[in-house]
Ligand binder design. Structure first.
Ligand SMILES: NC(=O)C1=CN([C@@H]2O[C@H](COP(=O)(O)OP(=O)(O)OC[C@H]3O[C@@H](n4cnc5c(N)ncnc54)[C@H](OP(=O)(O)O)[C@@H]3O)[C@@H](O)[C@H]2O)C=CC1
Ligand SMILES: O=C1OC[C@@H](O)[C@H](O)[C@H]1O
Length: 369
């Protein structure tokens, strides 16, 4: 019998819609038979919004309960896992609220505003035997797993020497949008900076020869919005001493990623090119450099996504972890999220990017009603 993962969805914005719809995709369509996802509840700060969300997206499924408060959803005994789809500014409070109610948590990126908040969530979850993970979906794509195999196990391009990874899009500068509002922890680094960083982590940090060593050097630069002071573009350079690799991560909410090459991994025998979107790629190309007058050998690997978006792969991983009694995911541990938050703290400090004190706080809170 497949394991049934019972999800409660917090917030009714764009990402919650995408995630919810992906949960409803028949797992067999991606070759999964050991897991079934069952959304059992949706919460909004407004009952009318939660009810409409279920009516709009839950056609054909019965018994999904609508709640007009996040507190009511986390109190629902039928919910096993809470998915947090609120803006960055409330990830800490809402995730803590769910953990305190005894629920496992999958929280959207970016996990928290600072490392102290992330540490608190990680420690609370661990001491209460609860699962928590930051929802960086790209890490769970079959494409990502296959690329890691090719680079790490098959040494496909030889010794890796440089990784450059970019993500960018043009957002409308609007003080009220979550991308620009400092009170919602807007800015490029927190909205999309996790993606190039995820590629660099997958390729460098998780390289078997790196032995999970942190980068030996991190330097960063930012250009901030003249409108609200959040970062519009951020560049982070890192050196991975164990591997002798330099990596450059770039992110922006004012310019697009290069379409044909958002991520480039260069080795001493060849290179890998991954076209955008950085967060949802569907193919990569491996070019092996020709030697002694021979032409390069170029091969493209396609990974079509069998469904609307592809959030289901991370959901499958979470469901399996919970089924198996694991509180930390092997592919993306909460400790790795905490260490990335430490890195982002450093980057923000280097560049003087501060968020309002009310969202940087760490400590007890009653959560969000
Ligand atoms: N993995 C991915 O590919 C993506 C991830 N994201 C992440 O998802 C999260 C939400 O983004 P997105 O769905 O685009 O945002 P939206 O603005 O579309 O939705 C956010 C929802 O959060 C709830 N909410 C709670 N507090 C607030 C508040 N103070 N202001 C506004 N909304 C609030 C609202 O739901 P309600 O009124 O029902 O309570 C709102 O609809 C972010 O962390 C973002 O980084 C976003 C896009 C893609
Ligand atoms: O995670 C994301 O990926 C896609 C972007 O458009 C969005 O703003 C971001 O939150």
């Amino acid at each position: 019998m497949p394991y049934i993962a019972r999800w409660g969805i917090i917030a009714t914005g764009w990402i919650s819609e995408q995630f919810f719809v992906d949960l409803l995709v028949d797992p067999a369509s991606r070759g999964v038979t050991d897991i079934v996802h069952k959304p059992v509840a949706v919460a909004s700060r407004s009952l009318a919004k939660a009810t409409k969300f279920i009516a709009d997206h839950g056609k054909g499924i019965d018994g999904v309960r609508a709640y007009g408060s996040y507190a009511d959803l986390v109190a629902d005994p039928d919910v096993d896992i809470v998915y947090v789809g609120t803006p960055h500014s409330s990830h800490y409070e809402v995730s803590l609220q769910a953990l305190k109610a005894g629920k496992h948590v999958l929280c959207e990126k970016i996990l928290t505003i600072n490392a102290a908040q992330a540490r608190h969530l990680a420690d609370y979850a661990k001491s209460h035997d609860l699962f928590i993970m930051e929802a960086v979906w790209t890490r769970f794509f079959p494409l990502s797993l296959e690329l890691r195999k090719k680079l790490h196990d098959e040494n496909a391009i030889g010794a890796i020497r440089r990784v450059t990874a970019d993500v960018g899009f043009v957002a409308v500068p609007d003080i009220k949008s979550r991308l620009y509002d400092p009170f919602l922890a807007g800015g490029a680094l927190f909205d999309v900076g996790v993606y190039p960083m995820a590629w660099i982590q997958m390729i460098c940090y998780h390289h078997p020869e790196n032995k999970k060593s942190p980068p030996s050097m991190i330097k960063s630069s930012m250009v901030k919005s003249r409108l609200t002071g959040v970062d519009e573009s951020t560049v982070i350079t890192m050196v991975w001493d164990e591997l002798h690799i330099i990596s450059v991560s770039t992110c922006s909410i004012v310019v697009d990623s290069p379409k044909d090459c958002a991520i480039r991994v260069q080795g001493d025998r060849g290179e890998v090119i991954i076209p955008s979107p950085t967060y949802r790629p569907v193919k990569f190309t491996i070019r092996i450099y020709g030697s002694e007058g021979k032409e390069d050998d170029v091969k493209t690997y396609d990974f079509p996504i069998p469904g609307p978006m592809g959030f289901f792969w991370e959901a499958d991983a979470v469901a399996r972890d919970i089924r198996d009694g694991k509180i930390v995911d092997d592919n993306y541990s909460i400790e790795e999220s905490v260490s990335l938050m430490e890195r982002f703290d450093q980057v923000r400090q280097e560049n003087g990017l501060k968020y309002p004190a009310e969202i940087e706080f760490v400590g007890e809170s009653d959560g969000i009603a």
